[in-house]
Design a protein around this ligand. Sequence first.
Ligand code: ADP
Ligand code: ADP
Ligand code: MG
Length: 449
Amino acid sequence: MRKLLIANRGEIAVRVIRSAHKLGIATVAVVSEADRESLAARLADEAVVIGPAPVASSYLDAEAVLRAADETNADAVHPGYGFLSENAEFARSVIRSGRIWVGPSPETIELMGDKARAIAAARAAGVSVVPGTDGPLTDTDEACVEAAKIGFPLLIKASAGGGGRGIRLVENGDELAATLATARAEARASFGDDTVYLEAYLRRARHIEVQILGDGARCIHLGDRDCSMQRRSQKVLEEAPAPNLPEEVRREVRAAAIRLAEATRYIGAGTVEFLYDPDRSAAYFIEMNTRLQVEHPVTEQITGIDLVEQQLRVAQGEPLAFRQEDIQFSGHAIECRINAEDPDRQFFPSPGLITVMRWPDEPGSRVDAGYDEGLAVPPFYDSLVAKVIVHATTRAQAIETMERTLADSRIEGIATTIPLHRRLLDAPEFIDSEHTTTFVEAYLSRTAR
Ligand code: ADP
Ligand code: ADP
Ligand code: MG
């Protein structure tokens, strides 16, 4: 690999550029007109403007991205997360153009991108799944029959959904038909695909996931993470390893993740997501993400492995450099997602010029930022501004380090979710690792001012 084009923006584009440069690989940033002055454009060796601000004519425009690869003679493409990262057609076009695609095969992306098919693949690999429909639903009558078997409450999930979108709660049978129609229409509008399936709603669950790495011949895991701190099904804080998890469940989810990945001859980095029900001490597969994940740094901190570097190595055909026994876990890591949103105004987006951005030089803390002081957060994209990651010997020390780091961080010009994180870090449920996926929202309504 000589020259890597990064088909993304923000912190993940910056993150990928750093690892590529470390390996002596030149980089190309593709940017929209709104991102001309971005940190990624500044740090990359070359930057190409591929279109106007709206994502459909820039970051989601596969042809524009491939034209930029042609113009700059890039021989590899890293898709980051979101945007085109789980678009099998885009992966195929990159490969067809003779370039290295940094990700799993288009067939694997296609399989896992269809959540109903992914569940079937997991079952076939002997992985337990949440009780639900066995594949996609075809009509409302079938939905009623299936729903009666599953029981209420249940979720209607879009097969093509992601990023916390395309999930609808149904409390009882009376709501089913109407919610099903809405869910279908929304899925068609958002994802261009109205396929949905039903899944039992777990009232008390923790989100546990396993990081895997494969080279097509074998797979290893890099441990687990807990991402139960969520708002509207979107993660706000993640940690590794998952705290307060029985060792047999930890072993089981790790082994299940490897079985599923090996069944697809997985290449690259991927994440297998589970819901853990503490009352039953059981974990159930929900989906697999065939890309690098926002929260990958917590895994990097406890393993000392640069996941982007490993993605690049495997993509250019190197076999995995590690055996499972080589992976050692050390300490505890926590990540807070710092979004340009105002927690005091219902998380209203807060784009604009960042007049001050200063992070403390705290031992054990790392900041992956997509912006710098003097740059503006555009209103067109997701609101993630930076991720603060800390690493310490124990979880309690990691919480303290995070508290100090956030207390000494200064961001002015935009509102951020830092005040929310500072409150959450102090909540007894979080400190005791008793929180489930509904905790953040329950906490917010309990403490509403
Ligand atoms: P992670 O577990 O890495 O946080 P998310 O599912 O939150 O993964 O997605 C990461 C990013 O990708 C977010 O910016 C999210 O908005 C975006 N994303 C993921 N899937 C989709 C999708 N199907 N449609 C639109 N955006 C998505
Ligand atoms: P996405 O593709 O948007 O990431 P997921 O299927 O991974 O969707 O679910 C996102 C989040 O929604 C989970 O982390 C969890 O908090 C919640 N969730 C998903 N499925 C269930 C379920 N069956 N019961 C309860 N909560 C669920
Ligand atoms: Mg998910």
